[in-house]
Design a protein. Structure first.
Length: 436
């Protein structure tokens, strides 16, 4: 049987929250079986994009955006196996495109989002090929009108720098050759659907990674992720590092990254095989991992939804994410979002405080949580910690909340409304609720 503390950690990292029923269910299994359960997306069925989001409606662009963000947050909360959505979130921050930075179309952004969902644990090379021809990516990185007369380097560069290899593992000549290879892989106005236009493609020889031939776009991906073993090894390690940073903690130990890279290469870049190995590493359950990752705003919002029962629309998720620094469908740039310290700054934490206060007003509607005034300060803190699924609190946090709550009671013994109100807000801002 697995350790319930390990299972709770596994679920927080893969399913956004550790629901007590899921902890009990998986604690009855071995750790291997628990990980297999988390990675089994069959209970999710075949999620599809709502019909109203799968079409471009230029007269209702903002309404479509709101609906898309609400839909995705609801999926994160309600899927039987939320790991599918967690992986979708990872790919969204890895193979980035931005709704409000040049695309502006619900059909393209949700289609890309659905690609990341359906291939969440598939083959990395297969996903990279599909990503390259998504209308959202073609438009976002300017391959939509990349022509032999004036090759555009944006996609070719980011394919290597941010998507597969990392800085220092290619030359400017490789970027130029790749840009020429990708000419003709376009998406024309007004619908911007992918099409290969042979007359725009550069059919001359190009030298890429030292090999001269008539390269085409897909051939560039195959050279990186299949045919050139040294580059494939670099790409495998690059993705392993990114997944470890996202699910465990930034800066994976070199021996762990080495071992996982070998597993990934031996599987020919099968992401499911890699994630199973990653989630079974002893280091994933060590103190560094358990204490080493701050929840992103999206993950924090999902935790709020689970605890409070509030809907995405009630929370206003389409705009509160921007306050905290993570607006879904709108990564800040092609490099996506960073981790940990990225979220520990005055602006991001101020945004969380504003959101927490807004949640508090919902919870106190019709004098909700009035029962807290009838409890001792310690009991009130424990009640709220259990409500937000962050019990047991550390002694430091618990004592601080008890002291603050008691001081407020003592200062206003004749007014019982503000003390429970502020306790709820403080609990949402506790370290335990910010840690994944």
């Amino acid at each position: 049987m697995a350790d319930p503390a390990d299972i709770a950690h596994l679920l927080r990292r893969t399913e956004f929250v550790a629901k007590p029923a899921r902890v009990a269910e998986l604690s009855a299994l071995s750790l291997d079986a628990a990980v297999d359960n988390v990675l089994d997306f069959a209970p999710n069925g075949s999620p599809t994009v709502p019909a109203g989001l799968a079409v471009h409606d230029p007269d209702n662009g903002w309404e479509q955006y709101v609906a898309a963000v609400n839909w995705w947050y609801d999926a994160m909360k309600s899927r039987p196996r939320p790991m599918q959505e967690k992986m979708t979130l990872f790919w969204h921050g890895h193979f980035t495109s931005s709704w409000f930075d040049g695309i502006g179309r619900s059909d393209h952004m949700t289609h890309q989002n659905q690609l990341y969902r359906t291939q969440a644990l598939g083959n990395f090379r297969t996903l990279t090929h599909a990503m390259a021809l998504e209308p959202a990516m073609l438009v976002y990185l300017n391959n939509a009108d990349n022509r032999r007369e004036a090759p555009n380097q944006n996609f070719a560069r980011e394919l290597m720098e941010l998507f597969t290899l990392g800085v220092g593992n290619y030359t400017e000549g490789d970027v130029e050759a790749a840009a020429r290879a990708w000419t003709g892989y376009n998406a024309d106005w007004p619908n911007y659907q992918y099409q290969f236009v042979s007359g725009r493609h550069d059919n001359t020889n190009k030298t890429f990674f030292g090999t001269t031939r008539n390269w085409n776009g897909p051939g560039i991906i195959d050279e990186i992720l299949r045919d050139n073993l040294p580059k494939k090894q670099i790409a495998a390690r690059y993705l392993v590092n990114k997944l470890w940073d996202f699910f465990a903690h930034p800066g994976g130990p070199s021996n762990v990254i080495d071992a996982l890279t070998t597993v990934f290469l031996n599987s020919d870049l099968d992401v499911r095989v890699l994630m199973r190995a990653l989630l079974l590493r002893p280091e994933f359950y060590g103190a560094t991992a358990k204490q080493g990752l701050v929840r992103t705003p999206a993950e924090w919002i999902v935790a709020m939804m689970h605890a409070t029962g509030l809907t995405p629309d009630q929370l206003g998720v389409s705009w509160i994410g921007e306050r905290m620094g993570q607006s879904l469908f709108n990564p800040p740039n092609v490099a996506g979002w960073k981790h940990n310290a990225y979220w520990l700054n005055t602006s991001a934490l101020s945004g969380r405080a504003q959101v927490a206060r807004g949640v508090t007003w919902h919870l106190r509607d019709n004098d909700g949580f009035a029962n807290l005034s009838s409890l001792t300060s310690a009991a009130a803190v424990d009640f709220v910690a259990n409500y937000f699924n962050i019990a047991p609190l550390s002694a430091t946090t618990r004592n601080a909340l008890i002291a603050a709550h008691q001081a407020e009671r003592d200062a206003q013994p004749w007014v019982s409304w503000w003390a429970p109100t502020n306790l709820l807000t403080m609990a949402m801002l506790s370290p335990e609720l910010h840690m994944a």
